[in-house]
Design a protein around this ligand. Sequence first.
Ligand SMILES: [Zn+2]
Ligand SMILES: [Zn+2]
Length: 280
Amino acid sequence: MSEPSNRVVLTGTGVPVPDPDRAGAGTLVELDGVRLQVDAGRGTVQRLTAAMAPVQTLDVLLLTHHHSDHLTGLADLVLSRWLAGAPRTTIVAPAGPTARFAAGILDQWQDDIAVRIEHAGHDGSPSVDVVTFEPSSSPSEVWHSGAVSVTAVSVHHEPVLPAVAYRIDGPSGSVVVSGDTTVCSEVELLATDVDVLVHEVRLRAFAEQSVGTHYEPIAGYHADAVDLGASAERAGVGHLVLTHYIPIPVNGHQAFVDEVRSGGYSGRLIAGDDLTTVRW
Ligand SMILES: [Zn+2]
Ligand SMILES: [Zn+2]
């Protein structure tokens, strides 16, 4: 490839609440010729197709935690790859519920798989190769391909345990995807001098309004926008991309941007929508 082709594409900026304009959580990273997908919420396959990243061309899928809004597109992804000629899917997941879910993803599809093989002569069965790791608050490498390396660290989305963030490094850049977490020192360290940080975000104003309501626990395990701005500034993040908004932005993203800036972040900032792309 003669032209630089590194990019980050938001394949889904939504949360569990259905939204016609936001697919479920997911981020595509293309770095130094390796194509990685982080999480696979609802609609991931359609967004990948729209992004001209055919599902069968993914090299690896990285999963952050076992919440449904990050996983409901997983069977679609694995089965669509099979039908497109890529029967084997490599999935990196923290040991525990997320890895168990991934390992069993095809269990409910065995009758479909059998009838397709019988009827259309598909060559072999689909399979998942689940690469598990024990998450830790110290970053460690969990996968690599050539010069591209993936590092994971445990984050804070309790009571969802484990939950992790990933850093992807290659010769021409670096990307961190937070998964779901409060603002924490683990992600800040992982994101030190990173080129692109894709981070979930929750309005501080929403948390303040949620005290004493049934939204309070939801507000509590997501990333405070003001604190995120401060953390991203300390980490020296080159480009901060917001995703996974709490609450759903009904009047645009400006409130999220304003809170992140008020925390002190001075670098490039994008409030992402589905298919928002950063290239370099
Ligand atoms: Zn989520
Ligand atoms: Zn979550």
